[in-house]
Design a protein around this ligand. Structure first.
Ligand SMILES: [Zn+2]
Length: 296
């Protein structure tokens, strides 16, 4: 509980119920004592609010696990500025508010996107709608549903033989689906974040998936790019139209492509099919944000 009034410990005068008032009183009337107080704000706050060491360490702990100052302010029933000063007093680095705000905006946009698409706030709420769509997509295109769940994808796509996958990729629409399912996930993330980007960016006849400033994001299908997690270097992979390639040759080609981009001043970041498929839409957005931030 906050005190509405208090008395000065030096002169016994009433100092009111505001932190600033106490600070002012001490500074103006007790200069010598004020110099001995290491943090006048905290000294004043502690007079008005029940701030114990236990409470301070709880605040620090919770803040470090990601709780916001606003949330802590309501949990501990302390003003925003008091919480902020406690963190500062305990030498905790305050998270950049603009990046925190940006995360908040992204979450809001994400909610809006999902809401517009499904009329629900959360993708998982849309599972019934998904089930129906899933069946249709499976029948018509195979892979072309960006909202499919991890379970669905793994059970259906991963259980298919390379030959069956190939068969699907051969069909024109599905062929696009195969490649673009991954791209679409990133594209949705980029759209949600609202950053400017070029998709299908060309550099000397080489096609890159996304260019955002000087960052290039490549979405790598496990089969098309011979994921090192799934293929050994000497494995021969059969591609459509009777093309056979050694896994290590596929890798070499990708390295060459990466070098070309780097020579032209770009940073290339890869996201593999298996990683991307484990991510929810929101996680994809967060991955994209993190990637853009750390490569700026
Ligand atoms: Zn006084």
């Amino acid at each position: 509980m906050k005190k509405t009034k208090c008395r000065c410990e030096f002169c016994g005068k009433e100092m009111g119920g505001r932190i600033q008032g106490i600070q002012k009183h001490i500074k103006n009337n007790h200069k010598i004592e004020a110099e001995k107080i290491p943090n006048l704000y905290m000294y004043s706050a502690k007079i008005l609010y029940p701030i114990t060491n236990t409470i301070m360490s709880k605040i620090v702990k919770k803040y470090k696990t990601g709780e916001s100052i606003n949330k802590l302010s309501s949990i501990f029933n302390l003003p925003y500025n008091v919480v902020k000063n406690i963190l500062d007093y305990c030498n905790v680095e305050i998270r950049n508010t603009s990046s925190a705000a940006k995360q908040e905006i992204v979450r809001e946009r994400y909610k809006k996107t999902v809401n517009e698409r499904y009329g629900v706030e959360n993708v998982s709420q849309a599972s019934e709608i998904q089930n129906k769509k899933r069946e249709t997509f499976k029948r018509n295109y195979g892979v072309d549903n960006i909202f499919k769940t991890e379970g669905f994808y793994n059970n259906w796509w991963n259980k298919m033989s390379e030959k069956e996958k190939e068969e699907i990729c051969r069909k024109k629409t599905a062929g696009l689906g195969c490649k673009s399912t991954l791209e679409k996930k990133i594209q949705i993330a980029l759209n949600t974040i609202g950053v400017e980007y070029t998709s299908q960016f060309y550099l000397k006849k080489k096609r890159y998936d996304f260019k955002i400033g000087n960052i290039i994001i490549e979405t790598n299908g496990d089969y098309w790019h011979a994921s090192p997690k799934k293929y050994k270097k000497d494995d021969i992979i059969k591609y459509p139209n009777n093309v056979f390639k050694k896994a290590s040759d596929v890798w070499k080609k990708d390295i060459k492509k990466k070098r070309l981009a780097e020579k032209n001043g770009y940073t290339v970041v890869y996201i593999w099919e298996d990683e991307l498929n484990k991510m929810t839409e929101q996680e994809t957005i967060e991955w994209t944000l993190k990637t853009l931030k750390s490569n700026q």
